[in-house]
Design a protein around this ligand. Structure first.
Ligand code: ZN
Length: 219
């Protein structure tokens, strides 16, 4: 899943108005921000299988540190505590933790049954909506659209507010490029494109600075 995670992060602004959109993007997408580094370190493994069928040519062979339920809950707790200590914003910290955890449950909708409950468990889940392009779009596009609407309602618009729409256009271009583009040429390419997602987080901090409706600083 891609757009859906960003949709939930946008929506979260309604419940955490003092938390920057950049932090919300970071939290919602944290497991996928961690994964490319674990791939490069060869701690986690993925395979490319163009004959895989469905939406993605990726076969997630082994990714328990970034994408098992127990690990996701541990990362959620860690980031929530870190954010609470850094930003002194308990409500924001709760939302950060929930966003990190939400990633696993949203992934469980689309992935094949390859998401382990714990690194040591053999039980893997996944509803495999990725088997169908229509089903994938039917879940992710509304999630993103509703998230964007909630964000627009939560943060009053200002004139010349082009950054947000540039970010929305970029996310859509990446999503549809992935969905309809050729499979990635190598594992290294997957990892480095994955690392480029940090730029989306930076972009969201920049959007938040332009768009924040209150004089309160956001972190
Ligand atoms: Zn993921």
């Amino acid at each position: 899943m891609f757009l859906g995670h960003f949709g939930v992060a946008l929506a979260a602004k309604a419940w955490a108005p003092r938390t920057s959109l950049g932090t919300l993007f970071f939290a919602g997408q944290f497991l996928d921000l961690l994964w490319p580094t674990l791939l490069l370190l060869q701690i986690e493994r993925v395979r490319i299988d163009a004959a895989n069928g469905g939406v993605t040519p990726l076969v997630f062979v082994h990714y328990p540190v970034s994408h098992s339920l127990v690990a996701a809950a541990a990362w959620a707790a860690l980031l929530a505590f870190a954010y609470a200590a850094f930003a002194r914003n308990r409500r924001g910290a709760l939302i950060v933790g929930l966003l990190v955890l939400s990633h696993w449950f949203l992934d469980a909708l689309v992935h094949r049954p390859d998401l382990l409950l714990a690194p040591w468990s053999r039980t893997a889940v996944g509803l495999n909506l990725w088997a169908s392009r229509i089903a994938t779009l039917a879940v992710e596009v509304p999630l993103f659209a509703i998230g964007l609407l909630l964000y627009l309602r939560a943060v009053p618009a200002r004139r010349g507010d082009w950054r947000l729409w540039a970010l929305v256009a970029l996310l859509a271009a990446i999503y549809f490029g992935n969905l309809y583009g050729p499979p990635p040429p190598s594992i290294a390419a997957i990892a480095w494109v994955g690392q480029a997602q940090w730029l989306l987080v930076a972009f969201a901090y920049w959007v938040d600075r332009e768009r924040r409706g209150s004089p309160l600083a956001t972190a």
